[in-house]
Design a protein. Structure first.
Lengths: 521, 434
């Protein structure tokens, strides 16, 4: 870290009711500056474009309107933002040079991986250049003995596991978009996945990072042993959604492929008893690798798609339980899970017959989100977490909210860790429906936080949930996050407007400012 | 020539209006999840969103919704696409990308012609695909000329004097087969032994000129398997290359001729057997192209490998002691979902060691005549294919589409890999020879 002048201690204010309304949300935070300060250029300076072209080559610097149009959003199609330019660097040096050039012209920049994120974390905030890492796809080193790999940020999650399979190793975090999403994006979002239940999220698998800081310097955080004296800066970086800097090299922990894997499907009449069965399994002390629930509407969509796996279409819900580890333990654990499911009145339990069927189940589960494109033109993939004990009641509540707003809901979620994904199918061209989707989304988040949950489990805050942060944090809680960002990214030039709510002014002047800057999300 | 061709676009819908209608509705199937990205060879090569299926669809939607005015990027990216349809195999939402691409390309070419800015290369391509490829006599004449040039080694000489681009195109051309392999197929081949059924063979234009031996092997195996094989004389080009090039209306005309040639109701034909994956995929589009009138032919189409796998094949296989790789043609695996049938058939051949190689389902870069129209990208896509095949060290590479066979053969030769490239049916024919 470069030497910087320490920021003065923020003026703290005691306001116990602060989280209750947007106006009081930010209080007199010193960082709650005016929106006007964020007015940004509408086009990139010609000289800057010339510089960027010289750094990455003409064909890797995109500036035509059609090209910029295609980059206006990631997996969140609401609230698109056209970048000033898109650069596709190939090396750390190029990223650093691009950052230097942007700084010189006072232009903001936003890192992007494959653009599969669901909270708009890679949207180009007004007047910024997108730094797209899709050409940084090299696996730089693999050490089978010490079980780590060093990769560039554009390496695709699933392809890393494929590349090291012959060594008997895999990269454990498996977000459902793993066939396309990148490790760099996973670091930014601290991505989870079905196997988070046993293996933890991305942060548990990152040993060290090389980052290009917002001032263009290159820093190394952490170390391949995973041990480093002093504050855990790697931990701070993972999940910071690209607001602290740009990751250019990642040292990941590799995990041995388990000796045995068994995957079971338990079929239920409804999602509620399936959730109760999950509670029973957890109470029994067995830790499955994954416990996932898909509901009837999700099954219909998946079974109509290329990822069909023969899930029963008449089931109200299917609970997928995966066990892995030593074969000697497996039998007893399977028995425990059978008992838990039977106690909640499950109709049937099937075991995947072979590896091919097991993979088919998982492809179906992981293709579920995309398959919902069959139900309506647009899909709002929601993400929230509740304590597992509250799963049954919260699912009923979410169903009730969507019914009341006349919205089509499909549930597919990581039941084992209480991470919900209520997916709302809609048509964004229908303004009334869009408004109801946003309203329902907000009510769902409030219902989840009311029982002690949080507003995102793995998709991140981005622009989508930035202004819902107050549901979980009061201004005193947000303060240290702000100062952390400030110490890495002092002028807010890297991925501005994401994650941490910024301006009191915006919220006050436009109560509908539920997304970034001006338009309601 | 150019005036002529421009006129022939008359009456076709413009880019905006076409995007407004069916294509626009199709773009709504995409929820922008991005699962297609890594399946796309041009995205992998460039890292550009605009060179991905998701990006191209987003551009189509943007143009249709009036959010984007500039058509330039879509015009380029639509033709940089290989049309391999690997994205369809990855798409959980069931987007009909191949169909959308053909519609978009057709709309683009129509618009360009109307505005008098059709690129010269597109004019030449259109001329060849309308006036030479679908006309058996003319195609045969051109291929004969190429054959003479090859025999006299004129091609190598010419390569030194013609522009580099043309030289590359000539290098891709496979050796023209001997005259006996280019003569017409017998109109009827009886079944050997008890007759199980009657099938019609679709010859294909390039297939019959360069791969007559594949069609002949097909005829022989079918006959040995108990099928009477007819070769309807009036059949013609399937229209795949024309449709891929954005000349959809002309492709539809060709499809109509084939519907007539095989009989509107197929008569007593059990199946229309096709030996080229590109052709079988296009013929299967008959319903989408022509509506009900094309449905019967489309429904009767079977790729030869699919057909042999479906029927109860009562043949004795003799061993072929070779090491082989099977490489999936995109239009077989992605457009028709046929992947295991060819492997099951090859596994019937004793001692044929079928070895896996990395990414057999990835495009080789041939993509119809893409290797001629986009030679640079075609080479970038071919190179990982050649690498993965070379690593598997096969003696034989089997693939079921003429374009792929030519492309892979030229790639292997350039890399100094010594393996022969054949259609799986040739191996089956050899193994079942009485």
């Amino acid at each position: 870290m470069p030497q910087r002048e320490k920021p003065s201690k923020p003026h703290l204010e005691s306001n116990p009711g602060a989280a209750s309304s947007p106006e009081s949300l930010l209080g007199d935070r010193p960082w709650a500056e005016s929106c006007e300060a964020t007015a940004r250029p509408a086009s990139a300076p010609v000289e800057l474009i010339g510089r960027l072209q010289a750094i990455v080559g003409r064909e890797n610097c995109l500036t035509r309107s059609g090209e910029l149009f295609a980059y206006e959003c990631d997996g969140l199609t609401l609230e698109p933002r056209r970048p000033l330019a898109v650069v596709l660097p190939e090396t750390t040096e190029e990223v650093a040079k691009v950052v230097h050039a942007c700084r010189e012209f006072d232009i903001h920049f936003v890192p992007r991986g494959a653009g599969t994120g669901l909270s708009g974390g890679a949207h180009a905030t007004a007047g910024s250049v997108l730094i797209e890492c899709s050409r940084m796809t090299r696996v730089l080193a693999v050490d089978a003995e010490d079980r780590f790999a060093i990769v560039q940020p554009g390496v695709v999650n699933a392809e890393l596991s494929t590349a090291i399979r012959h060594l008997g190793l895999f990269y454990a975090p498996d977000p459902s978009s793993q066939q396309a999403c990148t490790i760099g994006g996973n670091v930014a979002e601290n991505s989870g996945g079905p196997h988070t239940l046993k293996y933890g999220t991305t942060t548990n698998h990152i040993l060290a990072l090389e980052v290009v800081m917002p001032d263009g310097s290159v820093q190394h955080l952490g170390n391949q042993t995973g041990e480093m004296p002093g504050p855990d800066l790697v931990g701070a970086f993972v999940g910071s959604e690209g607001t602290l800097g740009i990751v250019t090299e990642i040292t990941v922990r590799l995990t041995p492929i388990p000796e045995a894997i068994e995957t079971m499907l338990a079929i239920f009449d409804d999602v509620v008893p399936a959730c109760r069965a999950v509670g029973r399994v957890i109470r029994s002390g067995v830790v499955p690798a994954a416990m996932e629930i898909v509901d009837r509407r999700t099954i219909e969509a998946v079974e109509a798609s290329v990822y069909k796996a023969g899930l029963p279409k008449d089931a109200g819900a299917v609970l997928i339980v995966e066990l892995d580890g030593s074969p000697v333990c497996m039998e007893g654990e399977i028995r425990t899970i059978r008992e838990a499911c039977n106690a909640e009145g499950c109709q049937a339990i099937e075991l995947a017959r072979d590896e091919e069927e097991r993979l088919r189940f998982w492809r179906a589960r992981k293709g579920a989100f995309g398959a919902m494109g069959r139900l309506a033109p647009d899909l709002y993939v929601h993400d929230a977490v509740v304590p597992r004990i509250h799963l049954p009641e919260i699912l009923e509540k979410i169903g009730e909210i969507c019914d009341r707003h006349r919205l089509k809901l499909a549930n597919v979620f990581h039941a084992g860790d209480g991470n919900l994904h209520p997916n709302i199918c809609f048509d964004r061209r229908d303004e009334d429906e869009l408004a109801r989707v946003i309203q329902a989304g907000e009510e769902i988040l409030k219902a989840c936080t009311a029982v002690g949950g949080v507003i995102t489990g793995e998709h991140g805050v981005g622009v989508e949930k930035r202004d819902y942060m107050h549901l979980v944090f009061n201004p005193e809680d947000l303060e240290p996050m702000y100062w952390l960002r400030e110490s890495f990214n002092p002028d807010g030039v890297c991925n501005p407007g994401k994650l941490i709510p910024t301006t009191r002014f915006c919220v006050e002047s436009n109560p509908k400012a539920r997304g970034y800057d001006e338009v309601p999300l | 020539m150019s005036a002529d061709l421009s006129n022939s676009y008359g009456g076709a819908p413009s880019l905006a209006s076409l995007l407004d209608r069916s294509l626009y509705t199709d773009t709504l199937d995409c929820v922008h999840c991005g699962l297609c990205l890594t399946s796309c060879p041009t995205y992998r090569a460039t890292g550009r969103e605009t060179a991905s299926p998701r990006g191209r669809i987003y551009l189509m939607r943007g143009l249709a919704e009036g959010l984007l005015e500039d058509t330039e990027v879509l015009e380029e990216e639509a033709f940089l696409c290989l049309g391999c349809r690997a994205c369809e195999s990855a798409c959980p939402s069931g987007v009909h990308y191949g169909e959308m691409l053909e519609n978009a390309r057709s709309a683009i070419r129509t618009e360009q012609a109307r505005e008098g800015r059709l690129p010269l290369a597109a004019k030449i391509e259109r001329f060849a695909l309308r006036e030479i490829v679908p006309r058996a006599g003319r195609l045969s004449f051109v291929v004969s000329l190429l054959g003479i040039a090859q025999t006299l080694r004129l091609d190598r000489l010419m390569m030194k004097v013609v522009p580099a681009r043309l030289a590359e195109m000539m290098a891709l051309a496979p050796p023209v087969p001997a005259a006996k392999d280019r003569c017409a197929m017998p109109p009827l081949t009886s079944a050997v032994g008890e007759r199980k059924g009657r099938v019609a063979l679709f010859e294909g234009c390039i297939m019959s000129e360069f791969f007559g031996r594949v069609n002949d092997a097909t005829r022989l195996v079918l006959s040995r398997a108990g099928y009477e094989v007819i070769v309807p004389e009036a059949q013609g080009c399937c229209g795949a290359l024309q449709a891929h090039s954005g000349d959809l209306n002309f492709a539809h005309d060709l499809a109509r001729e084939n519907v007539r040639a095989f009989g509107d109701d197929l008569g007593d034909i059990d199946a229309v057997i096709v030996t080229s994956a590109g052709c079988s995929a296009a013929l299967r589009d008959g319903e989408a192209w022509l509506g009900e009138s094309g449905a019967k032919l489309a429904g009767g189409v079977r790729d030869i490998l699919e057909f042999l796998d479906e029927v109860d094949l009562d043949l004795e296989f003799k061993p072929i002691a070779k090491r082989a790789c099977y490489d999936d043609p995109c239009h077989l695996i992605h457009a028709q979902g046929i992947a295991s049938a060819p492997r099951r058939l090859l596994n019937k051949i004793p001692k044929l060691e079928l070895v896996p190689h990395a990414n057999p389902e990835a495009c080789c870069g041939a993509a119809g005549i893409y290797n001629l129209t986009q030679p640079d990208m075609s080479k970038r896509v071919l190179s990982p294919k050649v690498e993965s095949l070379a690593a598997a060290k096969p003696q034989i590479v089997a693939t079921a589409n003429p374009g792929c066979a030519m492309q892979i053969a030229s790639g292997l030769e350039e890399a100094g890999v010594n393996a022969s490239v054949v259609h799986p049916i040739e191996l089956i024919e050899q193994a079942t020879r009485p």
